[in-house]
Design a protein around this ligand. Sequence first.
Ligand code: GSH
Length: 250
Amino acid sequence: MNLELYNAAYSTCSQKVRLCLHEKGLSFTDRILDFRTQEHLSDIYLRINPNGVVPTLIADGRAVIDSSVIIEFLDEVFPETALTPKDPFARADMRAWLRYIEEVPTKAIRFPSFQKVFLRHFSDMDADQFDAAAQSRPLRTAFYRKMGRDGFDDAEMDASYAELRQTVMRMATRLRQGPWLCGAALTLADYCVTPTIDRMADLGMASLWDDLPEVADWYARIQARPAFVATFYAGSRVSDRYDDLQKEKP
Ligand SMILES: N[C@@H](CCC(=O)N[C@@H](CS)C(=O)NCC(=O)O)C(=O)O
């Protein structure tokens, strides 16, 4: 099957898919979209992905969108190196993790990512330019408006930290039985949350799991995998691109 991945180097949702592609040893054409020139909001891309976000997988010419859908699709089409348990109860457990990860940490990590990194590209805009930028995002207009040109308030940031803390605490509880989130085998759930954990580390937030050695150990084991090394190539972390974040690096 011919695979092309529209993605961005440092997009956490793209990293989820790259992790699975590399874990399965699948080759793909890497189609990098430039957020700064808003390639992901161009008419041509919106026809492929009406949400105006990355990633999009093109498999034999057909588009598959949404990172969690894409990783399940890949695991169904390429079941060798299975990343989904066979037992229906274990599958349900893994899917519950996928939903939780989408609903809680994936949303929560956007707050520190935008506050510390991406906000700077919007803070110099005038009100009309900013409103146009917000409106042009099919899925994110409300999120951008909430952020505004001044960033999120303390209550919004505190709520996102609380959700990220809840995530690592839940992970630690599971990893005590481990070695992976869903038990004996690495699954899609581990790779679904990996980019969020890596982004936290990159933004200097690894102290959120200082008291959770299970999470630190899991992250070290994930980082040692060839798929991780291939996914997080030089230039794929925000601290690689923004000099002021260098000091936050672990
Ligand atoms: N539910 C979607 C969300 C994708 C998403 O939010 N992608 C971000 C990058 S991680 C994006 O493209 N943002 C574009 C923007 O903010 O304009 C998925 O998992 O694929």
